[in-house]
Design a protein around this ligand. Structure first.
Ligand SMILES: CC(C)(COP(=O)(O)OP(=O)(O)OC[C@H]1O[C@@H](n2cnc3c(N)ncnc32)[C@H](O)[C@@H]1OP(=O)(O)O)[C@@H](O)C(=O)NCCC(=O)NCCS
Length: 169
């Protein structure tokens, strides 16, 4: 299967949003239904995401096989030299084929090209082993954290802190 990674553009937004909603609804077992509804209907709505994408506050990479979207990584705009990956998901039937790793690499490449010195992610317990396999470093565990789940904090240093990068925008 040939999978390429692209930056999300407007024409693919609806298909991306369908996969994003499906992933939140089915693949984050620690979040209750009201929490998922809150994410989808109050925070990460279509309108909010379109605004954030067009203003650069969020960056989304998608994984495509031919024209079908199989996965996504949603990043926050780098802040303080650190790029945080907010959401990551791969379509259930396309998992364990290396797509998640490709999305992680796209995140790392983007962060390096931005000049970031670090990347970070907060993993739900179910995905801990995946991030270890991606060679991110486990930096700690938050107990009963945001929205009531335990989170494993992973990070990776990718450069030296740079005042110009950390204070731009
Ligand atoms: C986590 C997720 C993105 C992984 O995507 P994927 O495309 O299956 O990952 P890959 O195929 O690139 O896997 C890379 C490696 O991690 C391993 N791996 C993937 N998912 C794993 C899991 N749940 N548990 C243990 N190992 C896992 C793979 O076997 C592979 O190992 P290898 O390098 O030894 O071959 C996907 O399972 C997913 O969307 N899960 C639901 C949402 C989620 O948990 N997102 C992360 C949010 S914190």
């Amino acid at each position: 299967m040939t999978v390429r990674i692209e930056k999300l553009i407007y024409k693919d937004f609806e298909e991306f949003y369908k996969l994003y909603s499906l992933t939140l609804e089915n693949d984050f077992p620690g979040y209750t239904k009201p929490v998922i509804d809150y994410f989808l209907n109050k925070i990460y709505t279509r309108e909010a995401l379109i605004n954030w994408l067009s203003s650069g506050w969020k960056i989304v990479f998608i994984a495509k096989n031919q024209e079908k979207i199989l996965g996504f990584a949603m990043l926050d705009k780098p802040y303080g030299g650190v790029c945080f990956c907010r959401w990551l998901g791969v379509l259930k039937k396309a998992r364990k084929k290396g797509i998640g790793k490709k999305l992680i690499n796209a995140w790392l490449d983007f962060s390096k090209s931005y000049g970031c010195h670090k990347v970070e992610i907060a993993s739900q317990p179910e995905s801990r082993e995946f991030y270890e396999k991606c060679n991110l470093e486990l930096e700690g565990k938050r107990n009963l954290s945001y929205f009531g789940i335990n989170q494993y904090i992973f990070g990776k240093t990718i450069g030296q802190p740079d005042d110009e990068v950390m204070t731009k925008d």
